[in-house]
Write a protein that binds this ligand. Sequence first.
Ligand code: UDP
Ligand code: MG
Length: 149
Amino acid sequence: MERTFIAVKPDGVQRGLCGEIIKRFETRGYKLVAAKFVQASEEHMKNHYLDLKDMPFYAGLCKYMSSGPILAMVWEGESIVKMSRMMLGETNPADSKPGSIRGDLCINIGRNIIHGSDTLENAKKEVALWFKAEEFVTYASCAQPWLYE
Ligand code: UDP
Ligand code: MG
């Protein structure tokens, strides 16, 4: 099983889309293993997006991401890193197909409502950056044998 870091960004929270986003992951069958509602510092966001530090939008991105609360989550499931990126759509909502989260729920690349780790390696890094070991909840999902052969 893989784990990935998913966050409803400040615009998604303000627009009341947390429930809709959680619903898509729940109904797909993924398992929520950690969650918290937090306002991140600009420093934390600079760290989170360190790979993008040379991009012209980096400063604005870190400011926007720390401007209000975020719903930070870790979801678990088979091949979830790749599958969740497909659920998100493209970085630019304008290139995202209808049916994807960004393709259905937002318009502008700078306000694209959701973050999802793009590789297994980055997922591991991001999960560790946002959550301590004691913040994970260990439980058996009753749906598990009906989701996986
Ligand atoms: N972003 C932006 N302008 C751009 C490209 C990206 O504002 O031209 C923002 C956008 O919020 C995006 C985030 O930077 O989600 C991180 O960019 P990345 O390329 O990692 O896209 P993602 O992995 O979120 O699809
Ligand atoms: Mg990314």
